[in-house]
Design a protein around this ligand. Sequence first.
Ligand code: AQP
Length: 330
Amino acid sequence: KPRVFSGIQPTSDSFHLGNYLGALRQWVAMQDSTDALYCVVDLHAITVDHDPKVLHERSRVSAAQLLALGLDPERCTLFVQSQVPEHAMLAWILGSETGMGEASRMTQYKDKSAKQERTTVGLFTYPILMAADILLYQTDQVPVGEDQRQHLELSRDLAGRFNTTYGRTFVVPEPYIVKETATIKDLSEPEKKMSKSSASPRGCLYLLDEPNQMRKKIKSAVTDSGGDVRYDTEAKAGVSNLLNIYAALADTTVEKLEGEYAGKGYGDFKGDLADVVAETLAPIAARTKEFLADKAELDRVLTAGAEKARGLAVRTIAKAYKKVGFFPPV
Ligand code: AQP
């Protein structure tokens, strides 16, 4: 079975529809066909301002949402990054293989640092830690959204370079990006990706939103002055985004939906989409609450996951340490 690894940051109280359709749905689907490791990446989360108590709780809420979405600790390895210290150990090694120029070209760093008053070195080296996350597990495939493609490319470059310099050490990972849902757009500003840092509170649909809130957000989603439900990402970016979301959630195609809504207006279309969204997400919110009700059990599941992950991580670290001339960790 191919090895799969992917991570998500515990940087909000709820994941959003972009996270879900761009990545998390694939995580669930890949559990049985692959040997999958999924990680709540709290080390990444401190690269921007954070409150320690909030971060700790958000890591739990994140894990609970992942379980609610259908990740099964019997069928995949689910863990929190800070419980596996090898991530930081490998990141240090890879940082010394990364050129300042190539790190400086990362667009996510440029975008995020431009929005902050104070930028940290951690935010700059974020993609190197991400490469370490992936390479640590000899990963074949990484299910992510399109916004992570450039970081994946860096991971591939670093793996290839290390292998050339020191001899074969890492598997060179491939991105696994589903075309139709590679970038879910903001509902209010459909030229931007949906993101928790959206300027408009109605632009980002959270998995744990109340159904009423979801409905309001979808009803107020930006469309255009025309009235036909037609896919055209240039002229009708808003409608096209809603069509993509609808098709993905209802397991149908954009073409079929265009046919179904021919001659009907945006009102009917948005109303039906709101139903589909609420039907899909309401049970996830309910299950998340259930998993959060027993925190001791949740923590136990995560620690067991970390132990499993660590068993693999130490093997890669032993190899990499030897290759660069370090003493073995004791
Ligand atoms: N809009 C999106 N469409 C498709 N995929 C997306 N992902 C994120 N946004 C979209 C994918 O979700 C996974 C987790 O990414 P992350 O840990 O970077 O999550 P995030 O920080 O919550 O993402 P945001 O909202 O985009 O954060 P900010 O606002 O900080 O920039 C990844 O696989 C990502 O591709």
